[in-house]
Write a protein of this length. Structure first.
Lengths: 400, 395
């Protein structure tokens, strides 16, 4: 059947001959564009009197860094480290055995410094072991005397961050002798000097490997005649930094950061149309600085905006999912409007069970930055926080 | 080689040919440019045999979803479906596009009631196709700046009809029939907007438009002379209730259809037919315009065609069918537009397995236009498969 074979060949050829096509055809609008999106834009100003700052979220020492400054315009800060009790004996071969100190080492981490300020020098001081979270700058100021100096580090002008280590051997170990009255506890303070007023960030206990360490290298008898070497590294029991003149909160402004850290809660009007019918295309939160943002050199901090789960004022829990947070850097000296894209957060204000239409603002890192931006509020005309919302309403699918 | 084996091989080759033409089209669904507005492009639930004759045999064809009176002439219980892959090229002021689609415009089961003069059938047919995906670019002013946007609007689906119909032979010459239509279906629509400035998040919204309505038809066929057969049909469709995402949105009046045809058997080998139909789609005009559509208009169509039997002993083996058709389309793209189409068609078919299986093919070339702005050229393969499990029934 030659004709059948020809048909089969033709069919096979056609099977192979898939040709190009366009998945979408060009539309000739408006005739071939039924419906069409309409884009709308609203500016939502914060609700009058429904925005405020509150303090006390993160205390000094709970952040990743400790602040140390000298003749700094904002304040003068000093870091305090207190190590846990160092044991006075070691358990070797079934017995508690007294040890002999061979040497000691102290390590601290310089986390950030302003390299435009030269001649930076860190000083370590012995502090009374009674220091705790209630200790103020004035309480310990008297301890920062030459007689209490443990050691100092001259930091090369090019260094921004560095692990600093001081080793005490032989007679120098006396500088770190812990009196019996201190029960094996060592407390240190950090102060700086430089060619001009400046500040630095030091690694704190929360900074992991960048935290301070106090190591005692000892020899301990293992038997009646033998000895072994050991090292003792007490953990950091407590660390903080104290400020000479902590700034107060201005109730007319929205303050972020500082110590203890401040956060702001800003409530916005949210219409039923936006809640139920809008597809959010973009939402930009605009915060207008009330004054140039304070800070250290080029050390940027970040302003974070997050939706809240429930509105309990200053104790409103923020949404934990980071994808609903927006973070933007703020450099010291910033005077321009700080803009945050908060569309994702605002989607939580929509739906059947919407989150409260409010945003909590905070500074990252908290209690670990010299930056302390203050923004206008509804009590400062012209500086009111606002959200510019761009959205589309329901597409007119029913237009045939 | 026995005749049965030859028939099977012929049927297999035709089927392979049909599938080969259909296969590349399965990747996407794009209907006519004239299916974007209104309810879409009106469907043609006809068998390949009727489509090959331009539709002129439709009023006389018991397997087509058209004239219930023709059901009285069924000679066998028959089940079948029709597959229509097509390729088309649009031309509009926005540009041109080559697109494809595959539809299943007809499925049917029917047959005579043994010992009676009644034939019954159930058919599912296409009422209107609304498959499209359109893309456009433009710019919008947002926050005081011009932002480039790309929009796409797509629709998949359309309206279908389920027909329950019966035909009764009143005598040797005249048959009458009636049909009840349940009009149903949905189109899933998808609208997207992408912004060139990625600060603006792309929008995507979807909706499902569902349709429901009823229709009734009565028809008649009459053997005027041994060589001349007449057919007529009146059909009334009520209103299509349109829901958007399960919420009632609006109604659209559906048309009356008046159709008539004549089939002339000039010789034992040749049969020709001429038929025309008028549909009152203008009844939907105000409903559509109220929703922002350009509206609709009454339509008239005329078709003519013929079938040449090559083998008088087996008339179903590879007959030659030809047809021509002119039709107005109901839903203009632009306000005041008068879309229309002209098509030519040809086809053939065969039966196998002692006439229990059937394959019919036709090829249809259609030119559609609305003024000089909107043009379309479509090539459609109509592939029909049918089975008659009990063979011919003696009445």
């Amino acid at each position: 059947m030659p004709s059948l074979r020809r048909l089969a060949r033709l069919a096979a050829l056609l099977l192979l001959a898939g040709c190009q096509e366009q998945l979408a055809a060009p539309a000739d609008c408006p005739n071939l564009c039924p419906g069409g999106y309409q884009i709308y834009e609203d500016t939502l100003f914060a609700l009058q009197g429904q925005d405020s700052s509150a303090v006390g979220y993160v205390n000094a020492g709970q952040g990743s860094s400790l602040l140390v400054s000298w003749q700094f315009p904002l304040s003068e800060d000093r870091a305090v480290y207190k190590f846990a009790r160092r044991t006075d004996s070691l358990f070797i071969n079934g017995q508690n055995r007294a040890y002999t100190i061979d040497s000691l080492a102290l390590e601290v981490t310089l986390g950030y410094r302003d390299t435009l300020v030269k001649g930076l020098k860190l000083f370590l001081y012995r502090l009374p072991v009674t220091v705790d979270s209630t200790t103020s700058f004035a309480d310990i100021d008297a301890a920062f005397t030459p007689a209490n100096t443990v050691d100092s580090f001259l930091v090369d002008d090019s260094v921004v961050t560095k692990r600093l280590r001081a080793v005490f051997i032989g007679a120098d170990t006396s500088r770190l002798i812990i009196p019996a009255a201190d029960s094996g506890v060592l407390a240190l303070g950090v102060q700086i000097r430089a060619d001009q007023g400046t500040g630095i960030k030091m690694g704190g206990a929360a900074a992991g490997s960048a935290g301070p360490s106090f190591t005692t290298y000892v020899t301990v008898p293992s038997t009646d005649t033998g000895k072994v070497s050991r090292l003792i590294t007490p953990s950091v029991q407590f660390n903080t930094f104290v400020s000479q003149a902590p700034p107060s909160i201005d109730p007319d402004l929205l303050t972020l950061g500082g110590v203890p850290s401040a956060r702001a809660l800003v409530r916005f009007p949210w219409s039923a149309k936006l809640r139920d019918s809008a597809t959010l295309v973009r939402a930009t939160l605009q915060l207008i600085p009330a004054a140039p943002v304070t800070g250290l050199g080029e050390d940027s901090a970040f302003v974070a905006a997050r939706a809240i789960v429930a509105d309990f004022g200053g104790k409103s829990p923020p949404v934990s999912d980071a994808s609903f947070s927006t973070v933007v850097p703020v450099l010291p000296g910033t005077t321009d409007t700080v803009s945050l894209e908060v569309r994702r957060a605002l989607t939580l204000w929509q739906g059947a069970t919407p989150a409260p239409p409010a945003l909590t603002l905070s500074l990252i890192p908290e209690a670990a930055s010299f930056s302390r931006p203050t923004f206008g509020s509804t009590r400062t005309p012209g500086l009111v926080p606002r959200i510019i919302v761009t959205y589309a309403l329901k597409f007119p699918f029913n237009e045939p | 080689m026995s005749p049965d084996v030859r028939d099977l091989r012929l049927a297999a080759a035709l089927l392979l040919l049909g599938l080969a033409l259909a296969a590349p089209a399965e990747v996407a669904a794009q209907s006519s440019i004239f299916g974007v507005r209104g309810l879409g492009l009106p469907g043609r639930p006809l068998t390949p045999r009727s489509r090959a004759t331009g539709g002129s045999f439709g009023l006389f064809d018991p397997e087509s979803d058209l004239n219930p009176a023709a059901l009285a002439s069924q000679s066998a219980v028959t089940a079948g479906f029709v597959l229509t892959p097509s390729r088309r090229r649009w031309e509009s002021p926005a540009g041109s596009s080559s697109i494809r689609e595959t539809r299943f415009p007809l499925m049917y089961v029917g047959g005579p009631i043994p010992g009676s003069r009644i034939g019954l059938a159930v058919a599912i047919g296409s009422y209107a196709d609304r498959d499209f995906r359109l893309a456009s670019t433009g710019s919008v002013t947002i926050r005081g700046q011009q932002v480039e946007v790309t929009d796409t609007l797509g629709s998949v689906g359309g309206l279908n009809e389920v027909r329950l119909a019966g035909g009764l032979a009143l005598g040797s010459k005249t048959s009458i029939g009636g049909g009840l239509y349940f009009i149903t279906g949905s189109s899933r629509q998808d609208a997207r907007r992408h912004f060139a400035d990625t600060s603006f998040i792309a929008i995507r919204q979807t909706a499902e438009l569902s349709y429901s309505g009823l229709g009734f038809s009565v028809g008649v066929t009459h053997q005027l002379t041994p060589g001349i057969r007449l057919a007529a049909l009146v059909r009334s469709d009520t209103r299509a209730k349109v829901d958007v995402d399960s919420t009632h949105a609006f109604n659209i009046d559906l048309p009356y259809t008046f159709a008539a045809g004549v089939q002339i058997k000039g010789s034992r080998r040749l049969a020709v037919a001429l038929s025309g139909a008028f549909r009152t789609w203008s009844g939907a005009n105000s409903d559509l315009q109220a929703q922002g559509s350009p509206g609709s208009r009454n339509t008239f169509e005329l078709s003519a065609g013929g079938e040449l039997t090559r083998n008088l002993r087996r008339p179903t083996k590879l007959p030659v069918r030809l047809g021509v058709r002119y039709a107005e389309l109901p839903f203009p793209v632009a306000v005041g537009g008068k879309p229309r189409e002209f098509g030519i068609s040809a086809g053939t078919g065969t039966r196998f397995a002692q006439e229990r299986g059937g394959i019919d093919l036709s090829l249809e070339q259609v030119w559609r236009s609305e003024g000089s702005n909107y043009k379309e050229r479509a090539l459609t393969l109509i592939l029909g498969l049918s089975i008659r499990p009990y063979g011919e029934t003696r009445r």
